[in-house]
Design a protein. Structure first.
Length: 261
């Protein structure tokens, strides 16, 4: 069956939400006489310019953001060594926001504590951090990278994740040679789509593909049923394979075969 608004995401997020009310380091509650300890640095997963909205003035500040481990740091300048602040992504939810028809051209997303909210809703959480990217593609890249950090420990974040990492995690629940998403899509296509005209050529329903992607990325395992469009499942499989950081046939092996022709 196709995924709907998910209470599981809210449950997961609430269970792992152990942070203070504020997302930003400079606004966290501190015990008197006890300085906060710096977060342990992790690998740099993504970096780039974003605009953040100041909570009081509602104006935009351009900052250099660095996603490192499960922390999102921001700097006043790209070459600064000390961050102005950071956001701990554990127990948060990242949400793309639908553009305001009266103010188009803004590519907005927010990081908020607690459970997931529908993408159609406007930012209403006073504790959320509102960010603006320079383009739709840039926003989608940031949302995907942050979502992967949030949900990967719970079995999600598989779109854009290395194939071996996904398989390694899923082997905790039984022997597996390919990710569950791939097995599920292939089984469904073999059962219902081998005689379908235009398979892998005709696109599926974009909104359903996106809903399925979000569900798998959030650690859910949505099932396909008799009402599921086979072209939607085929589009989902193509999207997963397209977003792998390295193709199924690795770069090194492909180059080696080409050099030895």
């Amino acid at each position: 069956m196709l995924p709907t608004a998910s209470s599981k995401r809210r449950t997961f997020a609430a269970r792992y939400f152990t942070r203070s009310k504020s997302l930003v380091m400079g606004e966290q509650n501190r015990s008197p006489g006890r300085p906060p300890g710096p977060p342990r640095p992790g690998p740099v997963l993504k970096a780039g310019w974003l605009k953040k909205q100041r909570s009081l003035m509602k104006n935009w500040q351009q900052r250099w953001f660095v996603l490192r481990g499960d922390q999102l740091f921001y700097y006043k300048d790209k070459d600064e060594g000390k961050p102005q602040g950071f956001i701990s992504l554990q127990g948060t939810q990242v949400t793309e926001l639908v553009p305001d028809p009266e103010d188009p051209g803004k590519h907005l997303f927010e990081i908020s504590p607690g459970g997931a909210r529908e993408r159609e809703k406007v930012p209403a959480n006073p504790e959320a951090l509102l960010l603006m990217a320079s383009s739709q593609r840039d926003m989608e890249d940031w949302v995907q990278a942050i979502r992967r950090v949030i949900w990967a420990p719970l079995g999600g974040g598989i779109f854009g994740q290395r194939l071996e990492d996904t398989v390694h995690h899923e082997r905790k629940y039984g022997p597996r040679l390919a990710p569950l998403l791939v097995e599920q899509c292939v089984d469904f296509i073999r059962e219902r789509g081998l005689t379908e005209e235009g398979l892998f050529r005709m696109p599926g329903q974009a909104n359903l593909v996106r809903d399925l992607q979000d569900s798998f990325d959030c650690g859910e395992k949505p099932l396909f049923d008799s009402t599921t469009d086979v072209h939607t499942v085929a589009s989902l499989l193509k999207l997963y394979l397209r977003e792998l950081p390295e193709p199924v046939i690795p770069f090194a092996r492909g180059l080696w075969s080409w050099l030895n022709k």
